[in-house]
Design a binder for this molecule. Structure first.
Ligand SMILES: [Fe+2]
Length: 237
């Protein structure tokens, strides 16, 4: 769809969320996010348009940002976009009343949470692992497991850096209260492993209590490959 104009209230919501999250990410976000954030240079006072985002992201990692007016894109369709290195961002913005937490991913989540990471080739490679495995899956159970592995790593994962817990997940980067609880050690933390995550139901409509911790982006890639490689091999890819 064509890019759209946003209302003054929507820009004001963006600016307030940005103002609130900035000191928290400087203190608690993982090194990759901070590096990508400094490269992407999101505007503080207004919602960035697609041209601006793509002028910075596409040269860096070959991903393209695409706007959608669908509130929840079906997973099969989502991963077909992903497979083409297209990242969908919604045109929905949370209301002023939902500043601290929204159960529905909005454009602040999609842009502020996800896009700084898409400035980094090593992170783009991580994201590029999911679609081929998802599209080669043969059962609903495999698809659900892949979504769960994405959920507890790229969306809601934590990362250990020099013995300290840092925020890795995009859903936490954009989520006020939950970010603080995650960063300040108020949740239960488990090692990220296939066995620990598969079988744990995704928590979608309330805040999390259990989070999974990765040691590095490379370690996460290696762990995901343990689940994805047999699926790809079976499909002859
Ligand atoms: Fe997300």
């Amino acid at each position: 769809m064509e890019d759209i104009d946003f209302s003054p209230v929507q820009h004001k919501t963006w600016a307030e969320l940005y103002r609130r999250q900035l000191p928290k990410i400087r203190k608690h976000a993982c090194a990759e996010y901070v590096e990508g954030f400094d490269l992407l240079q999101l505007p503080a006072d207004e919602i960035p348009n697609l041209d601006l985002l793509n002028s910075r992201i596409t040269p860096a990692t070959e991903w393209t940002i695409v706007r959608t007016d669908t509130r929840y894109t079906d997973s099969d369709e989502w991963y077909r976009y992903f497979d083409r290195k297209e990242f969908l961002i919604t045109n929905y913005m949370r209301s002023w009343e939902e500043l601290d937490w929204t159960p529905e991913p909005d454009m602040f989540h999609d842009i502020f949470g996800h896009l700084p990471f898409f400035m980094l080739p090593e992170y783009a490679e991580l994201q590029e692992m999911f679609a081929p495995a998802y599209l080669a899956s043969e059962t609903q159970e495999e698809k659900e497991n892949i979504k769960r592995l994405a959920w507890y790593s790229t969306e809601f994962g934590m990362k250990r850096e020099d013995g300290e817990l840092k925020v890795f997940g995009t859903g936490l980067m954009s989520g006020g209260d939950e970010f603080t609880r995650a960063a300040e050690g108020k949740m239960s933390y488990h090692d990220f492993s296939i066995e620990n995550v598969v079988g744990h139901d995704k928590v979608m409509y309330e805040q999390h209590n259990d989070l999974y911790v990765i040691e590095s982006v490379d370690a996460l890639k290696a762990e995901l490959a343990r689940y994805f490689d047999p699926i790809l091999e079976r499909a002859g890819r």
